[in-house]
Design a binder for this molecule. Structure first.
Ligand code: HAM
Length: 420
């Protein structure tokens, strides 16, 4: 036998036995978003590399180390490492900002990052995301956070908590950055090489470093919240007030800085400790400068993305209920060519009535067909032999109880019985 080609490290197959769980999550996500007037948008998997460099940021891990980039002709192309940049590009390119604001969109996308793989950290993963373009008010931040809270509730998840921070704006952050650099310069010898490298270019990210010594230093580092300008401080206070008004619990965590450069003001994460080290299920925040950065008019924006693999891991870890895997309602076994054609005909008619029906496509013996029906978990089965065809009656067997019921051999009679 020829050697099998294996999948790429960090990618996963979603098998037929699991796909209904994904469909369930995706449907609830779209439905939840729909109640906020958020409509789905679909954008290409690949974009020009410069889009991510301009938005996600040149000094980020994502752009520096993790992007799947290739050249085709004269264009450098990248498989999207996240959804926001492509959505912002498309909103601009399709002039959606000329319509009524806010623009509220959501998306279900696969993303690609060349990361060290571990549980909950993949190289191809899936996100459900929401983006708002236009609103500056903290009511929008509370609403966007509310979508996540709402979705988690609808899925039956209650042990994921919201951590909130504000990382200021281009007015107040530079001052704070200076304070940070001064603080870290005094501890230069304790820093890991990555932090040392980032110190001048992106000091905020040092607060996020997982290295033991750096994490210890971060504990005593100056806090952005103490350096917010009046506008950012008011915005953050306004957001907290609104979250309290709608009953969404949060913890302020000054070390939430996020790994992407476009954020301003509000940043947040939904975290859990039920799925190991990669416990951030959702990340998001405001990006008031992004649209302008991408060549559009000054337009505030904000959003979030939930990692669907991690969401599924949480649901499985805490025992959330999923709808059962779909089962065939009936398997119509048959003997001989005439019987097989009749089975095919009945299946076609039943499917038109929305009933999941199957018949033999493998040329199996009767015995083997029934064994297969059993393995399938079909709810009912029947056998079309010469007698059944002659008499125009068939015995429908309930596979679990073994109980049989005689039903007319017609699609109408079968359909009526099976629809019960
Ligand atoms: P992010 O924090 O990079 O933000 O990713 C959002 C979520 O995607 C994470 O919280 C996590 O659940 C999931 N995720 C990220 N990387 C991986 C990975 N390698 N394997 C599995 N899951 C992963 C963003 O992507 C922003 N675009 C979110 C956003 C939207 N901010 C504003 N709007």
């Amino acid at each position: 036998m020829a050697q099998k080609t294996k999948s790429i490290q960090g990618t996963r197959d979603i098998l037929p036995g699991d796909s209904h769980k994904w469909q369930y999550i995706e449907q609830i996500a779209l439905k939840t978003a729909g109640t906020y007037g958020i409509r789905e948008m679909r954008v290409p998997t690949m974009e020009k590399t410069e889009l991510f460099v301009r938005s996600v940021g040149e000094t980020t891990d994502v752009v520096q180390k993790e992007m799947y980039t290739f050249d085709k002709g004269k264009v450098s192309i990248t498989l999207r490492p996240e959804g926001t940049a492509g959505i912002a590009r498309a909103v601009l390119e399709n002039s959606l900002l000329a319509g009524p604001l806010p623009v509220k969109v959501c998306y279900l996308v696969s993303c690609f990052r060349h990361e060290h793989t571990q549980a909950g950290r993949l190289r191809e993963f899936h996100q459900f995301g929401v983006e708002y373009f236009g609103p500056v008010e903290p009511t929008a931040d509370a609403e966007v956070i509310g979508v996540v809270d709402d979705l988690l509730r609808r899925l039956g998840i209650d042990d994921v908590s919201l951590e909130l921070n504000s990382i200021g704006c281009p007015r107040c952050r530079p001052e704070y950055n200076k304070e940070l650099v001064t603080y870290y310069r005094a501890h230069e010898k304790e820093l890991c090489p990555t932090c040392l490298d980032r110190l001048e270019r992106n000091p905020l990210r040092l607060l996020d470093c997982k290295e033991k010594a750096c994490a210890a230093l971060a504990k005593d580092a100056p806090v952005m919240l103490d350096s917010l300008c009046g506008q950012c401080a008011d915005h953050f206070a306004g957001l907290k007030k609104r979250l309290e008004a709608v009953g969404i619990r949060y913890t302020v965590n000054p070390r939430i800085v996020r790994g992407l450069d476009y954020y301003t003001k509000t940043v947040f994460e939904f975290v859990t400790n039920t799925i190991g080290a990669q416990g951030t299920v959702c990340g998001g925040g405001r990006y008031d400068g992004l649209v302008e950065e991408l060549g559009g008019p000054p337009t505030p924006g904000l959003g979030f993305a939930i990692g669907l693999e991690r969401l599924l891991m949480v649901m499985e870890a805490v025992g959330c209920a999923f709808p059962p895997a779909p089962l065939s309602r009936i398997y119509i076994g048959s003997m001989g060519e005439e019987g097989n054609i009749k089975a095919l005909e009945l299946c076609a008619a039943l499917r038109k009535q929305g009933i999941d029906a199957q018949c033999d496509t493998m040329g199996r013996s009767m015995n083997k067909q029934m064994k297969y029906a059993d393995k399938l978990g079909a709810v009912y089965s029947c056998i079309l032999g010469e007698n059944e065809m002659k008499q125009g009656m068939v015995q429908l067997k309930h596979m679990e109880s073994g109980e049989s019921t005689a039903v007319n051999l017609s699609a109408e009679a079968l359909g009526e019985f099976l629809a019960r």
